[in-house]
Design a protein around this ligand. Structure first.
Ligand SMILES: *[C@@H]1O[C@H](CO)[C@@H](O)[C@H](O)[C@H]1NC(C)=O
Length: 224
Protein backbone atom coordinates (compact mmCIF):
# COMPACT_ATOMS: atom_id res chain seq x y z
CA UNK A 1 0.00 0.00 0.00
CA UNK A 2 1.42 3.37 -0.96
CA UNK A 3 1.88 6.08 1.62
CA UNK A 4 -0.44 8.51 -0.19
CA UNK A 5 -3.32 6.01 0.04
CA UNK A 6 -2.78 5.58 3.78
CA UNK A 7 -2.82 9.36 4.25
CA UNK A 8 -6.04 9.68 2.26
CA UNK A 9 -7.70 6.95 4.33
CA UNK A 10 -6.61 8.63 7.55
CA UNK A 11 -7.99 11.96 6.38
CA UNK A 12 -11.30 10.35 5.46
CA UNK A 13 -11.49 8.59 8.82
CA UNK A 14 -10.73 11.85 10.64
CA UNK A 15 -13.46 13.63 8.68
CA UNK A 16 -16.01 10.90 9.49
CA UNK A 17 -15.20 10.95 13.20
CA UNK A 18 -15.40 14.74 13.49
CA UNK A 19 -18.67 14.81 11.55
CA UNK A 20 -20.10 12.18 13.88
CA UNK A 21 -18.99 14.05 16.98
CA UNK A 22 -20.34 17.33 15.60
CA UNK A 23 -23.72 15.76 14.80
CA UNK A 24 -23.97 14.17 18.24
CA UNK A 25 -23.30 17.45 20.02
CA UNK A 26 -25.66 19.31 17.70
CA UNK A 27 -28.49 16.82 18.20
CA UNK A 28 -28.12 16.71 21.97
CA UNK A 29 -28.17 20.52 22.10
CA UNK A 30 -31.34 20.52 20.01
CA UNK A 31 -32.92 17.91 22.26
CA UNK A 32 -32.07 20.00 25.29
CA UNK A 33 -33.64 23.13 23.85
CA UNK A 34 -36.82 21.24 23.07
CA UNK A 35 -37.10 19.49 26.41
CA UNK A 36 -39.02 21.57 28.97
CA UNK A 37 -37.58 22.12 32.43
CA UNK A 38 -39.18 19.74 34.91
CA UNK A 39 -41.06 22.46 36.78
CA UNK A 40 -42.72 23.58 33.55
CA UNK A 41 -43.47 20.22 32.05
CA UNK A 42 -44.78 18.59 35.22
CA UNK A 43 -48.54 18.24 35.73
CA UNK A 44 -49.94 21.06 37.88
CA UNK A 45 -50.60 20.10 41.45
CA UNK A 46 -54.30 19.91 42.45
CA UNK A 47 -53.85 23.02 44.61
CA UNK A 48 -52.94 25.16 41.59
CA UNK A 49 -55.44 23.57 39.20
CA UNK A 50 -58.40 25.93 38.69
CA UNK A 51 -61.78 24.33 39.11
CA UNK A 52 -64.24 25.27 36.37
CA UNK A 53 -67.22 27.11 37.84
CA UNK A 54 -70.76 25.76 37.57
CA UNK A 55 -72.38 26.10 34.11
CA UNK A 56 -68.97 27.44 32.89
CA UNK A 57 -69.65 30.89 34.32
CA UNK A 58 -66.67 33.25 34.15
CA UNK A 59 -66.64 33.39 37.95
CA UNK A 60 -68.36 31.19 40.53
CA UNK A 61 -71.53 32.25 42.31
CA UNK A 62 -71.44 33.22 45.99
CA UNK A 63 -72.88 30.87 48.61
CA UNK A 64 -76.70 30.60 48.61
CA UNK A 65 -76.90 31.54 44.92
CA UNK A 66 -77.70 29.18 42.05
CA UNK A 67 -75.56 29.33 38.89
CA UNK A 68 -77.44 29.33 35.61
CA UNK A 69 -76.96 29.78 31.88
CA UNK A 70 -79.81 29.92 29.36
CA UNK A 71 -79.37 30.12 25.58
CA UNK A 72 -82.26 30.67 23.24
CA UNK A 73 -82.48 28.70 20.00
CA UNK A 74 -80.55 29.89 16.94
CA UNK A 75 -83.03 30.64 14.14
CA UNK A 76 -84.97 27.39 13.52
CA UNK A 77 -81.76 25.37 13.34
CA UNK A 78 -80.16 24.85 16.77
CA UNK A 79 -82.35 24.29 19.81
CA UNK A 80 -82.02 26.19 23.08
CA UNK A 81 -80.22 24.97 26.21
CA UNK A 82 -80.50 25.53 29.94
CA UNK A 83 -77.92 24.81 32.62
CA UNK A 84 -78.83 25.14 36.29
CA UNK A 85 -76.39 24.45 39.14
CA UNK A 86 -74.09 22.73 36.65
CA UNK A 87 -76.80 20.38 35.35
CA UNK A 88 -77.96 20.67 31.76
CA UNK A 89 -81.71 20.40 32.23
CA UNK A 90 -82.85 21.07 28.66
CA UNK A 91 -80.79 20.88 25.44
CA UNK A 92 -80.76 19.49 21.89
CA UNK A 93 -78.33 16.78 23.07
CA UNK A 94 -80.80 15.72 25.78
CA UNK A 95 -83.42 15.79 23.04
CA UNK A 96 -85.97 17.51 25.28
CA UNK A 97 -86.40 20.89 23.57
CA UNK A 98 -88.84 22.00 20.90
CA UNK A 99 -89.92 24.90 18.72
CA UNK A 100 -91.78 27.61 20.62
CA UNK A 101 -91.28 28.09 24.35
CA UNK A 102 -89.13 25.82 26.49
CA UNK A 103 -89.88 26.08 30.18
CA UNK A 104 -88.21 24.43 33.18
CA UNK A 105 -89.44 24.67 36.77
CA UNK A 106 -86.94 24.52 39.62
CA UNK A 107 -87.54 24.46 43.36
CA UNK A 108 -86.35 27.91 44.49
CA UNK A 109 -85.06 26.61 47.82
CA UNK A 110 -83.31 23.41 46.85
CA UNK A 111 -82.49 24.02 43.18
CA UNK A 112 -84.02 20.64 42.26
CA UNK A 113 -85.75 20.48 38.91
CA UNK A 114 -89.49 19.86 39.22
CA UNK A 115 -90.47 19.52 35.56
CA UNK A 116 -89.87 20.85 32.09
CA UNK A 117 -91.85 21.11 28.90
CA UNK A 118 -91.88 22.75 25.50
CA UNK A 119 -94.87 24.44 23.92
CA UNK A 120 -95.40 24.90 20.20
CA UNK A 121 -96.38 28.57 19.96
CA UNK A 122 -96.99 28.52 16.22
CA UNK A 123 -99.54 25.75 15.81
CA UNK A 124 -99.88 24.18 19.28
CA UNK A 125 -102.77 24.29 21.77
CA UNK A 126 -102.29 27.43 23.90
CA UNK A 127 -104.44 25.93 26.66
CA UNK A 128 -101.64 23.46 27.46
CA UNK A 129 -99.34 26.40 28.24
CA UNK A 130 -102.02 28.18 30.28
CA UNK A 131 -102.60 25.05 32.37
CA UNK A 132 -98.84 24.56 32.89
CA UNK A 133 -98.32 28.18 34.00
CA UNK A 134 -101.34 28.19 36.33
CA UNK A 135 -100.13 25.06 38.10
CA UNK A 136 -96.69 26.43 38.99
CA UNK A 137 -96.32 26.02 42.78
CA UNK A 138 -95.25 28.85 45.10
CA UNK A 139 -91.51 29.27 45.54
CA UNK A 140 -90.68 27.98 42.06
CA UNK A 141 -88.10 29.42 39.70
CA UNK A 142 -89.24 29.49 36.08
CA UNK A 143 -86.64 29.28 33.30
CA UNK A 144 -87.74 30.14 29.77
CA UNK A 145 -85.97 29.95 26.39
CA UNK A 146 -87.46 30.65 22.98
CA UNK A 147 -86.81 28.62 19.84
CA UNK A 148 -87.88 29.68 16.35
CA UNK A 149 -91.29 31.23 17.09
CA UNK A 150 -92.43 31.92 20.68
CA UNK A 151 -95.04 34.53 19.79
CA UNK A 152 -97.74 33.61 17.31
CA UNK A 153 -100.12 31.93 19.78
CA UNK A 154 -99.46 34.35 22.64
CA UNK A 155 -102.68 35.87 23.98
CA UNK A 156 -103.53 38.27 26.78
CA UNK A 157 -103.88 35.49 29.33
CA UNK A 158 -100.42 33.98 28.68
CA UNK A 159 -98.83 37.44 28.51
CA UNK A 160 -100.31 38.25 31.93
CA UNK A 161 -99.20 34.95 33.40
CA UNK A 162 -95.60 35.61 32.27
CA UNK A 163 -95.78 39.22 33.51
CA UNK A 164 -96.80 37.86 36.93
CA UNK A 165 -93.64 35.72 36.85
CA UNK A 166 -91.64 38.96 36.51
CA UNK A 167 -91.33 39.35 32.75
CA UNK A 168 -91.11 42.79 31.15
CA UNK A 169 -91.17 41.61 27.55
CA UNK A 170 -93.93 38.98 27.50
CA UNK A 171 -96.36 41.83 26.88
CA UNK A 172 -94.87 42.45 23.44
CA UNK A 173 -93.43 39.06 22.49
CA UNK A 174 -94.18 38.32 18.84
CA UNK A 175 -93.49 36.12 15.84
CA UNK A 176 -89.87 34.82 15.82
CA UNK A 177 -88.59 37.11 18.58
CA UNK A 178 -85.72 35.82 20.74
CA UNK A 179 -86.42 35.63 24.46
CA UNK A 180 -84.69 34.22 27.56
CA UNK A 181 -85.94 34.71 31.08
CA UNK A 182 -85.85 33.55 34.69
CA UNK A 183 -88.77 34.51 36.86
CA UNK A 184 -90.57 33.22 39.89
CA UNK A 185 -94.14 32.59 40.94
CA UNK A 186 -95.72 35.83 42.24
CA UNK A 187 -92.60 37.89 41.75
CA UNK A 188 -93.61 41.33 42.99
CA UNK A 189 -91.16 43.27 40.78
CA UNK A 190 -89.72 42.69 37.32
CA UNK A 191 -86.92 40.13 37.14
CA UNK A 192 -83.39 41.35 36.36
CA UNK A 193 -82.83 38.08 34.50
CA UNK A 194 -84.39 38.66 31.10
CA UNK A 195 -83.26 39.39 27.55
CA UNK A 196 -85.29 40.07 24.46
CA UNK A 197 -84.61 40.72 20.78
CA UNK A 198 -87.32 41.72 18.37
CA UNK A 199 -87.56 39.99 15.00
CA UNK A 200 -86.61 42.85 12.70
CA UNK A 201 -85.56 42.24 9.08
CA UNK A 202 -83.24 45.26 9.23
CA UNK A 203 -81.27 44.11 12.25
CA UNK A 204 -81.72 40.32 12.20
CA UNK A 205 -78.53 38.33 12.45
CA UNK A 206 -79.98 35.39 10.55
CA UNK A 207 -82.30 35.65 7.61
CA UNK A 208 -85.72 35.74 9.26
CA UNK A 209 -84.55 35.55 12.89
CA UNK A 210 -82.70 37.79 15.35
CA UNK A 211 -79.48 36.75 17.08
CA UNK A 212 -79.71 34.02 19.70
CA UNK A 213 -79.59 35.24 23.30
CA UNK A 214 -77.47 34.10 26.22
CA UNK A 215 -78.37 34.82 29.80
CA UNK A 216 -76.09 33.72 32.63
CA UNK A 217 -75.47 34.59 36.22
CA UNK A 218 -76.33 33.82 39.81
CA UNK A 219 -79.89 33.76 41.07
CA UNK A 220 -80.43 34.01 44.83
CA UNK A 221 -82.01 31.04 46.55
CA UNK A 222 -85.59 31.80 47.62
CA UNK A 223 -85.86 34.74 45.25
CA UNK A 224 -89.26 35.58 46.70
C1 LIG B 1 -89.09 22.80 47.55
O1 LIG B 1 -88.25 22.19 48.50
C2 LIG B 1 -88.63 22.41 49.85
C3 LIG B 1 -87.57 21.82 50.72
O2 LIG B 1 -87.37 20.45 50.43
C4 LIG B 1 -90.01 21.80 50.07
O3 LIG B 1 -90.42 22.04 51.40
C5 LIG B 1 -91.00 22.43 49.09
O4 LIG B 1 -92.25 21.81 49.21
C6 LIG B 1 -90.50 22.28 47.66
N1 LIG B 1 -91.39 23.00 46.80
C7 LIG B 1 -91.86 22.45 45.70
C8 LIG B 1 -92.76 23.32 44.89
O5 LIG B 1 -91.58 21.33 45.32
Amino acid sequence: MRASVVVRLLVLLFALVTTCMFLRTYISVRMKTIRLPPWLGAAPTPAIQTKQSKCSLSKPCPASYFAFKICSGAANVVGPSMCFENKVIMSPVKNNVGRGLNIALVNGSTGMMLKHSSFDMYSGDINLLIKFLKEIPEGTLVLVASYDDPGTKMNDETRNLFSNLGSSYAAKLGFRDSWVFIGAKNLKSKTPFEQYLKNNPETNKYEGWPELLELEGCVPQRML
